[in-house]
Design a protein around this ligand. Structure first.
Ligand code: TXA
Ligand code: MG
Length: 345
């Protein structure tokens, strides 16, 4: 890949405008969001979007999320209507049952946007196939990070953005992590603060009969249930190689969040200490990661910690499991993937 001179931009109005210009010229800009750093391009420019996949080394059937800066702009790229004459498919799911109403979709958007949730909607033709990974649906997110929204506004374009890591590595939650993976591969990075949430957005599919979580995140089922009934896709948090469930989110099937170290999930602190001392006696460089069931802290810290341990050349990381509910469930989803579902009880 051709090496670029990646601009490292402090956050100010001039640099936000500059980043916007780079996007309009078809370039790639990494930007902070409240969840993780994104790798942005003009969502409607096929060549620019193609260069995202190239920079990340990402399989092209894995669709991108489109980021917008106002609720109103969602209808430029996706259908909200249940009944839509120009697109009869939008109103019915596979079993020909009525899909979630426009009113419910708007309620969800008003409640959770701006914020760490992505809604899967029926896409409009203006969105190129390459952005949606060839699907007829598209993920849309309005982030709460002010820098993210100012950047999207300055670009005057919807921004397609996956997490700004090399495919398969832990998502970046600090600008330094983006540099580690993307220096020379992208045109610019907006050097914002560390991400507050620290795991990627909840992805909620609204194209079926009932709202379905296809990627768990900071916004949990309990919160969504206040607006509409919700279910989890059955393929979540179980080892895909040992199940028949096909993931709804294409991205969930790939190897994810893997540091160089071996990661093992352990059910208790005692067990972690015992296993760690055994491995240490065998001359291994080990670390224990115990968040004492504080899932907010675990979410914020986990990806950055994996990267730090790689820099320290740790060989085995023992992660003490969190309670598998609400945000804990979402963080466990990332922990299990990073461990390749290696769980010791
Ligand atoms: O928090 C986030 O969502 C971050 C920041 C940058 O906004 N973005 C992010 O994007 O995590 P990415 O590309 O790393 O993950 C997007 C996930 C993938 O699992 C993908 O398969 C799923 O969302 N997805 C995207 N569009 C979809 C669609 N139309 N149907 C089902 N899943 C979709
Ligand atoms: Mg990602």
């Amino acid at each position: 890949m051709k090496t670029k001179n990646t601009l490292k931009l402090e956050i100010n109005n001039e640099n936000l405008d500059r980043a916007g210009e780079i996007i309009r010229a078809g370039g790639l800009v990494s930007f902070p969001t409240e969840t993780v750093y994104g790798l942005g391009a003009d969502a409607l420019n096929e060549e620019a979007v193609a260069s995202i996949y190239e920079a990340k080394g990402r399989p092209s059937d894995n669709p991108l999320i489109i980021h917008i800066s106002s609720v109103e702009s969602v209808e430029e790229i996706a259908y909200l209507d249940d009944i839509n004459d120009t697109d009869k498919i939008a109103k019915r799911d596979k079993n020909n049952k009525p899909s979630i109403s426009r009113e419910t979709k708007l309620k969800l958007m008003k409640k959770f946007w701006p914020g760490p949730i992505t809604f899967i909607l029926k896409k409009k033709d203006i969105v190129p196939d390459i952005t949606s990974g060839g699907l007829s649906t598209v993920g849309v997110r309005l982030p709460s990070s002010k820098v993210a929204r100012d950047f999207i506004t300055a670009a005057k374009r919807p921004i397609a953005a996956p997490s700004a890591n090399i495919s398969g590595k832990p998502s970046p939650t600090r600008w330094q992590d983006v540099i580690e993976d993307m220096d020379g591969r992208i045109d610019a990075i907006l050097k914002g603060n560390d991400c507050e949430v620290g795991i990627e957005s909840t992805v909620l599919d609204l194209t079926g009969e009932i709202a379905t979580i296809v990627r768990p995140g900071y916004i949990t089922p309990k919160m969504i249930e206040e607006v509409t009934p919700v279910k989890y896709d059955k393929s979540l948090n179980i080892n895909p190689s040992q199940s028949d469930f096909k993931p709804i989110a294409p991205g969930m099937k790939y190897k994810h969040y893997a540091p160089k170290a071996r990661v093992r999930i352990v059910k208790s602190q005692d067990l972690a200490i015992r296993l760690a001392s055994e491995a240490k006696n065998q001359g291994k460089k080990i670390q224990i990661l115990d968040y004492q069931n504080n899932s907010e802290r675990a979410a914020r810290d986990f990806f950055a910690r994996l990267r730090q341990m790689d820099r320290q050349e740790v060989e085995i990381i023992y992660v003490v499991a969190l309670d598998d509910e609400e945000l804990g469930y979402s963080v466990m989803n990332r922990m299990l993937k990073s461990a390749g579902y290696d769980v010791v009880e």
